[in-house]
Design a binder for this molecule. Sequence first.
Ligand code: SF4
Length: 395
Amino acid sequence: MFSLSRQNKRLGIYVHVPFCAKKCAYCDFYSYAPRDERVFSAYVDALLTHMKSYRTVGADYAPDTVYIGGGTPTVMPSDEMMRLIHGIKSSFRLMKNAEFTMECNPATADFDTLRRYRRAGVNRLSIGLQSANTAELSALGRVHSLRQFDSTYRAARRAGFDNINIDLMYGIPFQTPDSWVNTLRFAIARSPEHISLYGLKLEDGTPLAANASSLPFPDEDMEFAMYKYAIAFLAEHGYRQYEISNFAKPGRECLHNLKYWNCEEYLGFGPSAHSYFADVRFSFKPSVSNYIRCVGGRTDDEMTDEYETIPMRERLGEYVMLRMRLNEGVDKREFFRLFGKDFDRTFGAKLEGYEKGGFVDNSGGSCRFTTAGMFVSNYILSDILEFDAAGNFAI
Ligand code: SF4
């Protein structure tokens, strides 16, 4: 009985593919355009070796979600990607009907490749469109055109993908309320099952940040108006917002990403991938060459970037920070059950001003952000959670 219930433990698997055709102007993720194609097979070898080392751990778990993200997974040669997909399936006992997502850049996937991946078990595709306006795509340094997006999207449908996400961005140079409306219309006309929309953040060290002063950006009021408009527009077209940036048709929420926000366990593979497993959060250094070297040589210390057991006090902060991202917010009864603390006594006084300002709805059995609160959620959370100088949560 014990062994049966352990075997039924759920797990998310994340695999990072840190390669892109070309670096986008705004991106500070760990990814690069490889000059030597041999890196693909060496990297897949390393991932497969690494995953196999989790076989004993994995035997107690039945992963119900897999997410191959990046970077641009579809930049990998399809034979290497197929080795990776089969390696994931042979290293872990995936649940039947597990959600299996792959991220895809429109310029890097054709029908034959997508059909291969679909037949191998990938059943959800996340395609980065970002904007339906050519000037905006070019300001972002995206490698694809609108036509390429359309052709990839149609190829994905023909290949059998019936669960597709489209990524969009607002707050980008040259964007206007009208062009944003056009982008939203363009996306819903394709009828994807899921839409994500992110506000552009200027990250230090990126070409976009360096050129920002010479580019016309929408101001913050306009960005908020775009965000509000999108929520209403998507709701009107059958997409329910379930997280700050995520909208889905009924039953099409991304189960893998929900694991992050629900503080459930997941294992990440690859440089810069993060894991939360057995009460420990850890990540690997952002270097492909270091990863390949360390996996082969079993030098875990050189491979690991962060490694920390989460104390209860910090877990409480993380729980609030992640759950507040969801529309349903924090369930106060569940909060008490998990942490033995009354939510209102712990946070009520700090939330009062935000409630009065219309940013938080703290009525009844749950506490959640309003639309205005979601737009400035990072600011509110860092205020109410009071992280100390070392980045630890302090009540
Ligand atoms: S495709 Fe994605 S990961 Fe690659 S550079 Fe562009 S934004 Fe970054």
